[in-house]
Design a binder for this molecule. Structure first.
Ligand code: SAM
Ligand code: DTB
Ligand code: SF4
Length: 335
């Protein structure tokens, strides 16, 4: 069936109901809608739940870089590939607090700490808990991404005051095995369940540009939108092609296809923050503006993601100014 003919029979999403029973057909039909209709629907849904001018600002820090035993084909930090990223030790508490303070001064309300681990060791978790406590004491929200967790580890993070845990599904269940062989989709879902059961907010999304089909994007969004509770935060990353990784030569993503993925995430997960995540350094301001119009309302702010570049503070400030948009204050966010 052509995309246009599927679009003709697409039903408008009901913005009032937060649904967890999306069928693949419905999500496929959203992806296939004519662009103006899709954008209109995404805007309508976005405006029901959020101030369309406000953008949540998070800042990332890599607290443990490189040397990761997993083989994620996109990742510069995997020990399986020669990418020039050197393996480092876990950062000191002082270094983390200095970066968090600087991020707060620059306007970030959430500090996200990433570690290139398959799963944390308990003694490392103690040190991460001290970081969480320290960043919380600065008055910032905390997020960590440390790989797979047991239920006990999730509970330990919750006791330290952790607000969010990032753990992405990355792609569809069918395509996943082409990207990662060292852990399964079910492993990812199990960690997400442990995080949820511990009472930590979930940050979970994926990547566009891995060589996946539109149907894989449909599959990924359908899984996310049918989780028992929608992730509070849904990062949509555009692949950052890093030399040395197996995906270094992937073709460029069609910007409008990326925008479509953002719009479908917004429509299917109406109350979630949709983060325009990795890949902004390669996006035009106009493409970013379209993503924000499609319902993205969170960004990573600061010149570095984990190991790759992100737009400079000054560039993002100017972009938001040009669009008449504002950074969201912690107090503005729905609880
Ligand atoms: N090791 C932990 C894990 O995999 O859950 C945490 C860190 S990992 C770098 C966090 C996420 O960053 C990945 O799940 C992936 O979605 C994203 N990511 C990593 N490399 C990327 C790249 N080159 N381009 C886009 N997103 C990327
Ligand atoms: C997410 O979805 N994207 C961020 C964050 N969660 C941890 C990471 C992007 C990493 C991009 C590649 C790098 O800088 O190493
Ligand atoms: Fe390791 Fe995470 Fe990179 Fe995969 S995405 S190689 S688990 S750091």
């Amino acid at each position: 069936m052509s995309l246009a003919s599927v679009a003709d029979c697409a039903q408008p999403a009901s913005p009032e109901a937060v649904r967890h029973d999306w069928t693949r057909e419905e999500v496929r039909a959203l992806f296939a809608r004519p662009f103006p209709d899709l954008m209109f629907e995404a805007q309508r849904v976005h405006r029901l739940h959020f101030d369309p001018r406000a953008v949540q600002i998070s800042t990332l820090m890599s607290i443990k870089t490189g040397g990761c035993p997993e083989d994620c084909a996109y990742c510069p930090q995997s020990a399986h590939y020669e990418t020039g990223v050197k393996a480092e030790k876990l950062a000191s508490l002082e270094a983390v607090l200095a970066e968090a303070q600087a991020a707060k001064a620059a306007g970030a309300t959430r500090f996200c700490m990433g570690a290139a681990w398959r799963t944390p060791k308990d003694r490392d978790l103690d040190r991460v808990c001290a970081m969480i406590e320290g960043v919380k004491a600065l008055g910032m929200e905390t997020c960590v991404t440390l790989g797979m967790l047991t239920a006990a580890q999730a509970a330990r993070l919750k006791r330290a005051g952790l607000d969010y845990y990032n753990h992405n599904l990355d792609t569809s269940p069918e395509f996943y095995g082409r990207i990662i062989t060292t852990r399964t989709y079910e492993d990812r879902l199990a960690t997400l369940a442990h995080v949820r059961e511990a009472g930590i907010a979930v940050c979970c999304g994926g990547i566009v540009g891995l060589g996946e089909s539109v149907e894989d994007r449909v599959g990924m969004i359908t899984v996310l939108a049918n989780l028992p509770k929608h992730p509070e935060s849904v990062p949509i990353n555009m692949l950052v092609r890093v030399a040395g990784t197996p995906l270094a030569e992937e073709p460029t993503v069609d910007p409008l296809d990326f925008v479509r993925t953002v719009a479908v995430a917004r429509i299917t997960m109406p109350r979630s923050f949709v983060r325009l995540s990795a890949g902004r350094e390669e996006m035009s301001d106009e493409m970013q503006a379209l993503c924000l119009l499609a319902g993205a309302n969170s960004i990573f702010f600061g010149p570095k993601l984990l190991t790759t570049p992100n737009p400079a503070h000054s560039h993002d400030r100017r972009l938001l100014d040009r669009l008449g948009m504002v950074a969201m204050e912690a107090a503005d966010r729905p609880s």
